[in-house]
Design a protein. Structure first.
Length: 242
């Protein structure tokens, strides 16, 4: 009888220690997650003022190609029509949404296509902080980062970063390198037609050439020209124009 009583008192002690261990593990996990989130928010906030050096994809292309063309320029050194052309081509409601264009998402789902649903802010989140691909983990992180970028950065800053990290051709990153590579001029000197051609290659920059456009790219550039003129006349460019 004494032995049975001793074994009964042992089990509750073991269970209590196991429960305490699980609680400590849970607390440390929460603290770890909170610390990672705080570091991520600080990282995003830093790039509100400090120009990001690039992103994982840019680094991968540098390794693959042995070098890339990239030169950072401020928004003041980019032709305003280039900014309007990119918005017209990629995210016409850029000034009206908080990172996600719900109308575009609904349209894309109805048409069974993801094209047109990704905003400029989402692309910045992917290009600067994440990696390329369609995994659910990357999409979840993109969905988490996007509203933080919208909160901590101005719309003008978001577009400035996008124009400096977007790929405009194989190994050609940023509008300044693209303008020089394709048209032998600076980003500030881009005219409406050249700006529209650069914006027209953004969906598939490695298979499209702004300097030697196909008839399809020319037609898309013409549509972008019209779109850029349209948003210049309404409120869809006010959030990034200086």
């Amino acid at each position: 009888m004494a032995r049975q009583s001793k074994s009964r008192t042992r089990k509750p002690g073991l269970l209590a220690r196991a429960a305490n261990g699980l609680r400590r593990l849970f607390r440390w996990t929460l603290w770890g997650v909170a610390g990672c989130v705080a570091l991520l928010v600080a990282w995003i906030g830093l790039y509100r003022f400090v120009d990001p050096p690039g992103g994982l994809y840019m680094w991968q292309e540098y390794r693959r190609l042995g070098g890339i063309q990239h030169e950072w320029v401020s928004m003041d050194a980019i032709a305003p029509v280039m900014a309007r052309s990119v918005v017209a081509a990629e995210d016409a409601n850029f000034c009206r949404h908080w990172g996600f264009d719900m109308a575009a998402i609904r349209t894309a789902l109805a048409e069974g296509s993801g094209r047109g649903a990704s905003t400029i802010t989402q692309q910045v989140a992917k290009n600067v902080f994440l990696w390329q691909g369609r995994s659910w983990v990357r999409k979840a992180l993109e969905a988490f980062i996007t509203p933080i970028v919208e909160i901590l950065w101005t719309k003008r800053r978001i577009l400035e970063v996008y124009l400096n990290v977007a790929e405009f051709g194989e190994g050609v990153f940023g509008v300044q390198a693209a303008a020089r590579f394709h048209f032998n001029r600076d980003a500030l000197d881009l005219d409406p037609r050249h700006a529209a051609l650069l914006a027209a290659v953004l969906p598939a920059p490695q298979s499209r050439d702004a300097g030697d456009p196909t008839e399809r790219i020319r037609r898309r550039a013409t549509a972008i020209l019209d779109g850029a003129a349209t948003i210049a006349g309404d409120d869809r460019a006010t959030c990034f124009q200086g």
